[in-house]
Every structure is written in structure tokens, then in C-alpha cells.
Design a protein around this ligand. Structure first.
Ligand code: PAF
Length: 298
């Protein structure tokens, strides 16, 4: 696995790779969820590129940029073992010049829920992912379902800006008790960790109610809200349209049940998708669905 540190060298070497090329963008502190994205990219592409970059633009002033977990040596080993061909790991100064001032505003899909609670977060994500795409020019971009609003924001950006890259969204990986894997789970203490799977139980109950045909959002959400175990408290629980992230009431399918629970200063984020009546998942990309080279699907 080659490691490159600048946009120029990333582009020069990425252009020599056999196509199609899959890109797995990460902020490091890798876990099995990232590895499963790399494995998926490996199975669908001739070459796989990963990036590690803790992106300051997507952290608010009171967020955990400085203490965000970093484990570069271990990450490098994991990516090499998983079959990555090229790792792009720029320093902040190589990604953003001192006078860097551009920002991508994706519009309404980026302004609710996480966008409302973390002002500037999605502009930071969209801007860095656009820069990664320009550096690597991948055929497909691999994203995890866990950050589901991020997948909708990036799909909108690629579509609106005519970017020639497919989006592939792969399922969330979970601990045996249902907790979604996340680099931030290391922040949980024992009591918070024991309560954490109740977020997924709440989201699953919302999903089952919709699948049974219930349409009254307030009633469905009240039942889900009651399932969160203390000391977790709700930030939000909602049923939204998978493309626009507008709340659905009455509820219709397809939909996504999204939830954030707070455990002290940690925000646990998760979601469950509810397929359309004909069984099509609104977020996930079916495996091996992509034609090997050309057609672009956002
Ligand atoms: O999901 C993440 O880890 C980040 O938001 C991403 C996509 C790597 C952009 O910094």
C-alpha cells in the first residue's frame, strides 16, 4: 500500500491505478465498519483508495476535534491488511492553505437535524469530500449507512454538481447487542455503554410499527421514545423522507427512522431504514449492483 500526503501526489498516483477505483473516506480510528467498507470496495473495483483525514472544517468550536481518537499506525496496518492500494493521508496544512475560504452549501437537506444542531458541519463534510474526489477521481465513493444524513447530503452534492462518481452506501455494522460501531464509542463509560443499545431498540420499534402499516407519526414516535434507557436522553427521534430529510406525518414508505441520544457529552447517532412497499431499501446500494465502469448513480 502506497501512502501519499499531498493532493498533487494523490492525483498523480490515483491516475495510474486500474479502474474502476473505489474510494473509502475516513477520519481514522478505524473499526470493523470501516474494514467492511474497504472489503465491499475491494469486491467491486480493480483498485481501492482510502483516506484518513480528521477534518477540522466539520467540527464546531465546542466539539471534540482535538481529542478525536487518532491511531494512525494501527489504521495503516488495518487498511493494508484489508487490501487498500493507496492511502491518502494529508496534513491539515496540505488540505487547507492558510487563506482557504471556500465552502459547499448543499441546501435544505443539510440544514435540519445534524445540520441544525451542528452549524457548518455538513458544509465541512461536503467541502472535504469534494476535495477528496478531485484528488482521487474515483469511480465510486463508499459510505456507511450510520451517518445517513451525510449520505443524503453527499448524494445531493454529487448530483447537483454533476460529479462523475457513484455513491455506494453499505449497511451499519453493529455490536452483538445492537449498538452501531462508531469511533466515538470509546468515550462511553460502563453505565452509558450498557444503556446504549436501547437507541437501536427504539429505532427498530419505530420501523416495525411503520412496517405494520401505522401512519400516525406522533403515536409511533411516542412508543419509540419510551424505549430509551437512562442515563441516555433523547436529542431527537424522527421519521423522515430518505432524500430530503423532511419529517413524514402521516408516515409513508420508504422512510428512515433517525435518532440521536445523548450520553453525557457523547452523541450516539443511529438510524433504521424502512423499505418501500416493493421491498427497495431507500438508502443502501445492493451489492455488485454497479456496472463495472461507467453509469453514474447518486
Ligand atoms: O464519515 C466520516 O468519517 C467523515 O464525515 C468523512 C466522510 C470522512 C468526511 O470527513
Amino acid at each position: 500500500m502506497q501512502i501519499v500526503r499531498t493532493p498533487g501526489s494523490a492525483r498523480a498516483i490515483a491516475r495510474t491505478l486500474h479502474r474502476p477505483v473505489g474510494l473509502v473516506p475516513t477520519m481514522g480510528a478505524l473499526h470493523a465498519g470501516h474494514v467492511s467498507l474497504v472489503e465491499r470496495a475491494r469486491s467491486e473495483n480493480a483498485s481501492v483508495v482510502a483516506s484518513i483525514f480528521v477534518n477540522p472544517l466539520q467540527f464546531g468550536p465546542n466539539e471534540d476535534f482535538d481529542k478525536y481518537p487518532r491511531a494512525f499506525e494501527r489504521d495503516v496496518e488495518m487498511l493494508a491488511d484489508a487490501g487498500v492500494d493507496l492511502l491518502y493521508a494529508p496534513a491539515v496544512e496540505r488540505m487547507y492553505r492558510p487563506d482557504f475560504a471556500s465552502s459547499i452549501d448543499v441546501g435544505p437537506v443539510a440544514s435540519s437535524f445534524e445540520g441544525a444542531r451542528r452549524p457548518g458541519h455538513f458544509a465541512g463534510v461536503a467541502t472535504v469530500v469534494a476535495k477528496l474526489l478531485h484528488a482521487i477521481e474515483p469511480t465510486s465513493l463508499y459510505l456507511g449507512q450510520k451517518d445517513v444524513q451525510q449520505t443524503a447530503v453527499l448524494r445531493a452534492m454529487l448530483r447537483d454538481l454533476d460529479m462523475p462518481t457513484n455513491v455506494v452506501v453499505a449497511p451499519t455494522l453493529r455490536e452483538r447487542d445492537g449498538l452501531a460501531l462508531s469511533s466515538r464509542n470509546v468515550y462511553l463509560d460502563i453505565v452509558q455503554r450498557a444503556a446504549a443499545p436501547s437507541l437501536y431498540r427504539a429505532l427498530s420499534s419505530v420501523s416495525r410499527a411503520i412496517e405494520r402499516g401505522e401512519t400516525d407519526a406522533a403515536r409511533i414516535l411516542a412508543t419509540g421514545r419510551a424505549l430509551l434507557a437512562p442515563p441516555l436522553v433523547w436529542d431527537y427521534l424522527a421519521i423522515v423522507d430518505p432524500l430530503t430529510f423532511e419529517e413524514l406525518d402521516p408516515v409513508r414508505r420508504p422512510a428512515v427512522a433517525i435518532g440521536v441520544a445523548r450520553a453525557g457529552s457523547v452523541r450516539l447517532l443511529d438510524n433504521v431504514t424502512i423499505a418501500s412497499a416493493n421491498g427497495v431499501d431507500p438508502i443502501l446500494t445492493p451489492p455488485h449492483d454497479l456496472p463495472r465502469a461507467a453509469r453514474i448513480r447518486h
